[in-house]
Design a binder for this molecule. Structure first.
Ligand code: NAP
Length: 391
């Protein structure tokens, strides 16, 4: 494989740092072309000094002097900020592959910019496909871009279908997404009222950023993944099933109409789906250690509890309604997770507020990015208002 120039959006986060580890591991195959990050200026400066990208973008323009002060001299670097900066990082003509790993709705514009610039997009930012899925999939169809999922579950589905998505989807009975069950799998429903952010941040199998770790604890993460699967694979939500699989060894499965099932297995390391997407369609030697099946021993599965984890039910309902409902679900969830982390609301309140906002929403078809942004903004304001009223 010819060396690829990589853009890493969200380079200071968990996925971003794992992407850079792959650059270190495979210097012949990957080099860093652009980086975009939020507010962790110190780590971003270290990354820039080490990888020497052509362009870097940070969230706030006010942080540019702080960043400049930490950079080596004569890097010949372009520095940008805000959405526009992240969009530039995603669409620079010399970039081949864009790792889209900004967390939350902030990833929508840069993901669209990468698609419009015909890039190979390694998509980790699931919120963008939930909030703006119709728009994103429409743009993928009308450009030369390619979207390769990085969520381990969707990467598993993609890999089991060997990229022959359109031929294979028609023959599917189900897509089965596996879920670790999160830290509260064995905690009584009544106990959830008392759980703290610190407890919710202890994920049993994956090391991830704070927002996705809370989403895993509420099972909203799996709900977002159900919606993501409906969008990526053009399949209705009733064909997407969730199975709790605490070992997280089977990353997901497909079931064909004739009852045959195919699964993808591997160790729990995000570098697996990342390197698959970054090198697609090649496969790189010894990217990850082998999985020892005899050490794993047993694999177990059971159905999720929709009463204990209402966020999963809400996500299925939003997926079934479609149109603007997933956009509202995503925005309300982002606000609730931030409020829970600040200890303003309880763990069960997350689902309670999201449900209220969904009930208050008038569903509409979203034809443009402006409409997506307006809907997102409405849902954020409405959620904040409901939380304020009860504080
Ligand atoms: N972590 C995983 O294993 C995993 C697995 C599957 C999917 N994902 C998805 O991948 C995405 C990233 O997850 P993560 O766990 O890596 O999150 P994370 O550790 O919280 O990192 C988020 C990244 O986004 C940056 N960021 C936030 N707001 C920004 C903005 N407005 N402009 C530019 N950059 C911004 C952050 O910058 P600063 O830190 O500098 O502020 C950071 O680099 C999420 O959508 C998540 O659902 C993650």
């Amino acid at each position: 494989m010819k060396q690829r120039a990589i853009a890493i959006l969200g380079s200071t986060g968990s996925i971003g740092v794992n992407s850079l580890k792959l650059v270190d591991q495979f210097p012949k195959h990957f080099r860093v072309e652009t980086l975009a990050a939020g507010q962790n200026i110190r780590l971003l400066a270290q990354q820039v000094n080490k990888y020497r990208p052509r362009l870097v973008s940070i969230r706030n323009a006010a942080d540019i002097p702080k960043l400049e002060a930490m950079l080596a001299k004569d890097l010949g670097l372009e520095i940008h900020s805000g959405d526009e900066g992240a969009e530039k990082a995603a669409s620079l003509p010399t970039v081949d592959v864009v790792v889209s790993a900004i967390v939350g709705f902030a990833g929508v514009r840069p993901t669209l910019a990468a698609i419009d610039a015909d890039k190979l997009v390694a998509l980790a930012n699931k919120e963008s496909i939930v909030a703006a899925g119709d728009l994103i999939m429409q743009r993928v169809k009308t450009t030369e871009s390619m979207l390769i999922p990085v969520d381990s579950e969707h990467s598993a589905i993609f890999q089991t279908m060997h990229g022959r998505l359109h031929d294979e989807v028609a023959k599917l009975q189900h897509i089965i997404l596996t879920a670790s069950g999160g830290p509260f799998l064995h905690v009584d429903a009544q106990e959830l009222q008392k759980v703290t952010p610190q407890e919710a941040l202890q994920h049993p199998t994956w090391q991830m950023g704070a927002k996705i770790t809370i989403d895993s604890a509420t099972m909203m993460n799996k709900g977002l993944e159900v919606i993501e699967a409906t969008r990526l694979f053009n399949i209705p939500a009733d064909k997407v099933k969730v199975q709790i699989h605490p070992q997280s060894i089977i990353h997901s499965l497909i079931e064909y109409v004739d009852g045959s099932m195919l699964a993808q297995l591997g160790i729990t390391d995000m570098r697996g789906p990342l390197v698959y997407a970054m090198a697609y369609p090649d496969r790189l030697h010894r990217a990850l250690p082998s999985l020892s099946l005899s050490e794993v021993g047993n694999l177990s599965f059971f159905d999720p509890d929709f009463n204990k984890f209402p966020c999963l039910r809400l996500a299925y309902e939003a997926a079934n309604v479609g149109q603007s409902m997933p956009t509202v679900l995503n925005a309300a969830n982002e606000i609730c997770v931030a409020a829970f982390l600040k200890k303003e609301i309880s763990f069960p309140d997350i689902a309670r507020y999201i449900e209220k906002v969904l009930e208050q929403h008038q569903v509409a078809k979203l034809h443009s990015l402006d409409q997506v942004c307006t809907t997102d903004a409405w849902a954020r304001e409405q959620t904040k208002k409901l939380i304020q009223e009860e504080l």
